[in-house]
Design a protein around this ligand. Structure first.
Ligand code: ADP
Length: 378
């Protein structure tokens, strides 16, 4: 509550009061009176001097500690008295020097780290450029080789077709079966080459999407018609319940490719007697297309890996027609290019459901709104 100066003045006043009290007590020898008065005057003077010196030393300490707090560690603490205030000043000065050293070390460390980060960033930028060069080279290579392979392969297929059609004369049972195998395998090879070409185009960022508003339910109907013969051949029931008209904004060819890939997989991994269903529904600004099958299913640990390039589930490999393991990877990337997603849920032995999410048409078409309303009403 009181400053040091104030306290010392109070002590001095107390001495003066005591001296005055003694002086007022008569009879006192005048020597004693003079002595007491002198003591009182000296006490006041001494208290004033002492108070001034302690207060100014403390003021200097306050200024110094404030400077240190502001990050100025260079000015020494100038309190040289040999009392407790002086000791405090020396301690604060010692701490100032320690702090200065620590800050210097930290600054050095931070400079070193900055240098390291800069060097690392540089190295990563080199590495990155090299990787992107290599990736371009890889895409180029795959695309060139694939094109080179596609031409002779098409002519092999054409020749096999001609022979099978009997252009070069009637073909017996045995050579016919060999020719059919040639055709079948050439077909698979062509499929693989086309998928490799697609993948390298997507990965090189060269695949473009061409958006338009179109009726998804119509596309589902077309897919159903295209794949019905294959479903019948495999003894699998393929169905798509008639839903509300759904207009979406997407690249029609690419959505069609994804849908065909999903249904084709469903048919491939569903034993005869099973079924594959395609269902579409609107959910807010999205349309969800689910392709579910009652097939072999996918083990939980494989669920995400099946979207990796060339990944095929060990257990079902060899079951059904062999594939490349590229279809789902391409499909997911094509759907993601639309801002959507492709996910899977599955129970081994019970079947799988692949769900593709796509944006509904946004324009002024009545389709998406009407579709959403009729979906929610149903
Ligand atoms: P592909 O079918 O050509 O091998 P995909 O990328 O389309 O390549 O599929 C990758 C793998 O995922 C398949 O080999 C198969 O192991 C698994 N898979 C895909 N769809 C299904 C499905 N409907 N049921 C069971 N397994 C599936």
């Amino acid at each position: 509550m009181f400053t040091i100066r104030g306290k010392l003045v109070i002590y001095a006043l107390e001495i003066v009061a005591a001296a005055s009290l003694l002086l007022s007590m008569r009879p006192l020898d005048w020597h004693v009176q003079v002595g007491l008065a002198t003591v009182a005057v000296l006490a006041v003077g001494f208290a004033t001097l002492l108070g001034r010196s302690i207060a100014s030393a403390i003021d200097r300490l306050v200024v110094s500690t404030r400077r240190i707090g502001e990050g100025n560690y260079d000015d020494p603490v100038l309190v040289h008295s040999s009392d407790e205030v002086g000791t405090l000043g020396r301690e604060i000065d010692r701490m100032r020097l320690q702090l200065r050293e620590k800050v210097r070390q930290l600054e050095e460390l931070s400079r070193e780290l900055e240098g390291k980060v800069a060097r690392r960033t540089d190295a990563l930028r080199q590495a990155n450029e090299r990787l992107s060069e290599l990736s371009d080279l890889k895409s180029d290579f795959i695309s060139k080789v694939s094109h080179e392979l596609r031409t002779p392969l098409t002519s092999i297929m054409g020749a096999a077709d001609n022979l099978l059609d009997g252009i070069a004369g009637p073909v017996d049972e045995r050579p016919r079966s060999y020719l059919s195998r040639i055709k079948e395998n050439a077909d698979r090879l062509l499929h693989l080459i086309n998928e490799l070409l697609d993948l390298s185009r997507i990965e090189a960022g060269k695949e473009e999407i061409c958006l338009s508003n179109f009726r998804l339910d119509a596309l589902i109907g077309e897919t159903l018609e295209t794949l019905k013969p294959l479903a019948e051949e495999r003894g699998v029931m393929l169905a798509a319940p008639q839903g509300p008209p759904l207009v979406i904004r997407a690249d029609r060819d690419k959505v069609s490719r994804v849908l065909i890939n999903l249904v084709d997989n469903g048919l491939k991994f569903t034993p005869p007697g099973g079924r594959v269903d395609i269902r579409a529904r609107a959910e807010g600004p999205w349309v969800k297309v689910a392709v579910s099958d009652s097939g072999v299913g996918i083990p939980a640990r494989e669920l995400e890996r099946i979207f990796d390039k060339f990944h095929q589930v060990e257990r079902v490999r060899g079951g059904g027609r062999a594939g490349s393991g590229l279809g789902l990877s391409i499909s997911r990337q094509l759907v993601e290019m639309h801002g959507g997603g492709l996910t899977v849920e599955s129970s081994p032995g019970a079947g799988s459901t692949f769900t593709m999410t796509l944006p509904v048409a946004d324009g002024d078409g009545v389709g998406p709104q009407a579709a959403r309303e009729s979906w929610h009403a149903s």
